[in-house]
Design a protein around this ligand. Sequence first.
Ligand code: DON
Length: 306
Amino acid sequence: MCLQTIVDDIAAEMALVTERGRVADYIPDLACVSPSKFGIAIALADGSCFTAGDADEAFSIQSITKVFSLTMALGLVGDGLWQRVGREPSGTAFNSIVQLETESGIPRNPFINAGAIVLADILLANYEPAEVLGEFVRFVRELAGDDTIVIDHQVAKGEAATGFRNMALANYMRSFGNIHHEVDKVLGVYFHHCALAMSCRQLALASRYLACGGRNPDTGYAMVPARRAKRILSLMLSCGHYDGSGEFAFRVGLPGKSGVGGGILAAVPGIASIAVWSPGLNERGNSQIGSFALERLVEKTGWSVF
Ligand code: DON
């Protein structure tokens, strides 16, 4: 069956599902997105893209951004990063603080909020937040081959006003010496890079390097060495859905990264990069319909890594 027919069929099926999960409302601007939205995009190495539904509507990528910040932070400090962030699934909610107390302020992995806050601290290096964010947006635009990608400052502002849990995480890690810059600057980078607005098409295109051995297939340029791309994928598989990572691996069988905006990025190594979006979340904070759609896609294509 051709990929266009597959994504069209999946979008038609997902439109009929009535149990669509709950839209995140702890970030004010996310609360008003309609749960009826659904988009899917599959990008292949040659840049061809198969899309259906609301695949060209930009949404808040939230935690999916952590895949890009991990890629950039590894580029900056290499494997030294692993002295400040672990590589184990946490088995806890994305914003949990509990393990930090007994684990010296070192987050379990780069995809939980605490881990990504450390990544933001690493990216600050000797730069100002605006420079880091400028570089970040340029990096994602280059990957996607699309200059229109922007940060939604309204979303970032809303989260900055209400993100008390993240403030606690950053301050707590700073007390252990695992945050080196001013907490306000670190969180400024963190909230803004989570507020990147991208469509499924842009996300699928931007993450092709993960499915292509670390190379941007448009330029042939290595964004990360092949070995590192594999490792990012392995972390997505084990930690990309927080305490729902086991269930996602069980049902879908692909490395994936979710965000509370309702997006999920998944990679089929050597074949394709996929983005789905539906704003309603399941009880673990991962897109309910997005997970169904990926499960269906893997059934139809046989694309599980197992
Ligand atoms: O820090 C937060 O809570 C959000 N900016 C990102 C959380 C998120 O996307 C978790 N994903 N499922």
